[in-house]
Structures are given as C-alpha cells and as structure tokens.
Design a protein around this ligand. Structure first.
Ligand SMILES: Cc1ncc(COP(=O)(O)O)c(C=O)c1O
Length: 432
C-alpha cells in the first residue's frame, strides 16, 4: 500500500517545523503590532524593533501613506485584472518601469508581482539545458530554487571565493564548449543574512579580462536603495553597474511594499515579457502597488537624507559593536549580524531576555542557517532609528554577552511557550 502523505508529514516536520509546538507565536510567527517603525508592540509590550527591512523608513512616510491611500481609493485593489500580456497593462506600470530603468541605468525593466517567484522564473526562462549556471553557495532561496528548475548543469562556487569561482568557470566553460550553450553567473549584491557584498567587481573583471564568456545576473534585494551614491545598488557602490547584465531588485525592503523588478537590455526584457511564466500566467500588480512604488522611488531619489541616516545609524552601531569586541563577521552593508557562540537553547533564552527584560526585538538565526553552536542575532538598522536607540542597544548587548559568558542562559531545553488560562502564549524560564 502506498504511504499516506499526511502520515509522512506528521512524522517529519522539517528543520524548523520540528520545534513549532514550543516556539510558534514567539520565536516564529511573532506578531508585531502598531505602526511600522522603530518602536512596535510585541505581546503587549513596546519594543525597539531591529528586524524589519524598512531600511529607508518609507513604510510609514506620510507621503507614501497618502499615495497608497489615495490610489487605493481611486483604483481599488483589483485593477488591472489579468496578466500584463492579456488585460493587465497600464500606463502607470509602464511609467514605473521607465523610472526604474532610468534610476538603475539600464535600458529597460519588467515588473514582477513577487520577487521570489520572479527571480526563480527569470532563471528558468533565461537558460536551457545546454546552458550552465555558476552561482554563489550562499545564494538566497529564490536563486537556489531557480537553479533547481534548471534542466542543465549547475556549478556552485564557495561563497565570495574567487579561486573557487575561477575553478567552476573553467569547468563550466569546458562543458559549454561541448553542449554549445552559454554560462549564466548568479550572485547577490548584498547577502541579506551576513551583510557582506558579493564580489561583483571581481566577477566583472573576469569577463573584462576575456578569460571567460558569461552573463551576470545579480539579485540586489538588499542593495537597492541602500548602496551606492544614489542608492542604485551594489553595482553603483562598487563602480561596476555596467557589468551587471541582469539586475533584480525587490520592493519588499527599501521600498517597503511588495513587488519587484528586473532591469536589463531592451532585448532581454522583451524576451522576459514574452517568455517568463510567473508573469505571463499571473495577475498584474494592482494599481496601488504601482502608484505607491512610483512615490517610493521618487522619495528614494529625492531625499538622500533617508539613506544618509540609515548609514549614520549603521556605522555607529557597527563601530560600537566592534569596539565592544563583538564579532560582526564580514558585513559591509547596513545588515548587522552579531555572532555569538552558544547552543540553540541559549539562543532562545537570549532572545527571550532581550524581548522581555530589555524590550529589544531582533531576529535570531540558528542552525541550519549558521553552524551548530553559533547564534546570529541579526540587526537591521533603518533611517528611523536614533542614536539613543544605538546607545541603548549596545549597552544591552554588552550585558547579554556577560550573562552568556557567566552561563546565565545555559539550559538544556529551548525556552518553551506555555499557554495561560487566556490561551495566549507565555514563556517561562527559571534563571532569567
Ligand atoms: C536576496 C533576496 N532575494 C529575493 C527576495 C525575495 O523578494 P520578495 O520578498 O519580493 O519576494 C528576498 C526577500 O526575502 C531576498 O532577501
């Protein structure tokens, strides 16, 4: 008899899902309430929030809120209906694409209704079984899943390791000489977990040197709006925007909305418009998202102080952490990972202590994303944070580190949720 799929699911809950019973609603699926900003409410308590990618503070910018509300009142959320190719085209969509192309210095742009699907669908659309993909080992899930759709060979290079890149390119080049295909290199502008920039300049140099022939596809989800003189992204930051053949950005981070885009040559974008399945067979972005994105892009371009403040906060935070002896890994972007050594149970206790006793909310990243016995507390600065927030957070983290070293967080079990008589989750820890 065939295995019952539901039985299989019951038995194997997945790497994070296996802990769901004890952590749901607190460590996972927490509810942040109130207006998006530096202070929000978590389980009835006001917390300092360091975990949303509202880099430029646009989420609650009054002009953004007004543009969103006005366009929702004017258009509703339905218009336009259908896919772009069929009945979902509007002049607003075209105008946003033109503005994005201009901003990132590319010939043309296609909007995507979701970044994740768009990225994997673009990979699927651009390469065929004769082609080879060469990609960074720490690529985001949307790249990994796009690569999984690829019918041809793929070679992965060690994260940001140019010797490994060289080796994989050599293998890829040998292979395409047999298949008659091409090579697509895929990496990221800013790696969103550890905050280090991709080696875009170095990769572009490889092509300039004539050693290999390939096209470069960069996911700049975290670099768009935060990096480069104008905020055009990591390519601008590294002075190699021209060398990026296909550029992906999302509206889900600096733009504080939903949707995404890919910019490239007119020819490539036209090909994507007519071949990219995630857009051909899915509804066009609703008008308020498009009009709202135009307003956000306008502010991103015309209010450089937003990015300046993001960097002021990021620099102060990172400098303070480093001076206090914290390990921030390799970040060279606003993303600020604080690496500590400890167990999963200790990580949960630290997070609990931070939230309950210091009213600081940041994301916690544990195995399998980081090695066992490594805890990453991931801090996302935004332009809405203040220098007092930075000071308070640094002081708090110093106390946390002392407690960690003193064994205060040492327990065997992950901090567990208990449900009180009202049915809301309540945490109990003996020694905090
Ligand atoms: C590097 C990277 N690429 C792509 C995405 C997906 O973007 P979206 O949220 O628009 O689907 C994200 C967002 O989580 C990301 O961090």
């Amino acid at each position: 008899m065939a295995l019952d799929i539901f039985e299989k699911i019951k038995a194997n809950r997945g790497p994070i899902g296996q802990h769901a019973k004890g952590v749901h609603g607190y460590f996972t699926f927490p509810k942040l309430e109130g207006e998006l900003g530096r202070k929000m409410t978590f389980r009835g308590k006001e917390c300092l929030i360091w975990s949303i990618n509202n880099y430029l503070g646009l989420a609650n910018h009054p002009e953004v809120r007004k543009a969103d509300a006005d366009s929702a009142a004017k258009w509703g959320m339905a218009y336009p209906m259908g896919a772009r190719m069929m009945t979902g085209q509007t002049s607003e969509h075209e105008a946003l694409e033109a503005e994005l192309s201009d901003f990132v210095s590319k010939e043309d742009t296609i909007l995507l209704n979701f970044g994740y699907q768009g990225m994997l669908s673009a990979i699927d659309c651009l390469v065929d079984r004769k082609d080879v993909i060469v990609y960074d080992s720490e690529s985001h899930a949307c790249i990994i899943d796009g690569v999984r759709l690829h019918a041809g060979k793929r070679f992965v290079f060690q994260h940001n390791d140019m010797a490994s890149f060289d080796k994989q390119m050599e293998r890829a080049t040998r292979l395409v000489e047999e298949t008659g295909g091409g090579i697509m290199v895929i990496s990221e502008g800013v790696f969103g977990m550890a905050g280090d920039q991709g080696m875009l300049k170095e990769i572009v140099e490889f092509r300039k040197s004539g050693k290999y022939n390939f096209r470069l596809f960069i996911d700049d989800a975290h670099g768009f709006g935060t990096m480069g003189k104008t905020g055009a992204g990591t390519g601008e930051e590294q002075g190699c925007q021209d060398g990026i053949d296909i550029l992906f950005g999302t509206f889900a981070k600096s733009m504080a909305s939903i949707g995404a885009f890919i910019s490239s040559t007119e020819d490539v974008v036209e090909y994507l418009r007519y071949n990219m399945r995630s857009q051909m067979f899915a509804k066009s972005l609703p008008m308020p998202l498009v009009v709202g994105a135009r307003k956000r892009l306008e502010l991103l371009r015309t209010q450089p102080e937003l990015k300046a403040n993001l960097w002021k906060i990021s620099n102060a935070l990172q400098k303070g952490f480093k001076e206090a002896g914290f390990n921030l890994g390799r970040t060279n972007s606003p993303v600020t990972p604080v690496f500590l050594s400890g167990t999963l149970a200790e990580a949960s206790n630290i997070t609990f202590d931070l939230r309950e006793n210091y009213a600081i909310f940041c994301s916690i990243v544990v195995y399998p994303v980081v090695p066992k016995d490594v805890i990453m507390l991931r801090i996302i600065p935004t332009s809405t944070h203040t220098m007092e927030d930075v000071e308070y957070t640094l002081e708090t983290f110093k106390k946390i580190l002392t407690k960690l070293k003193d064994g205060v967080y040492r327990t065997d079990a992950i901090a567990q949720v208990e449900t009180d008589s009202l049915g809301s989750a309540k945490f109990k820890l003996d020694n905090i």
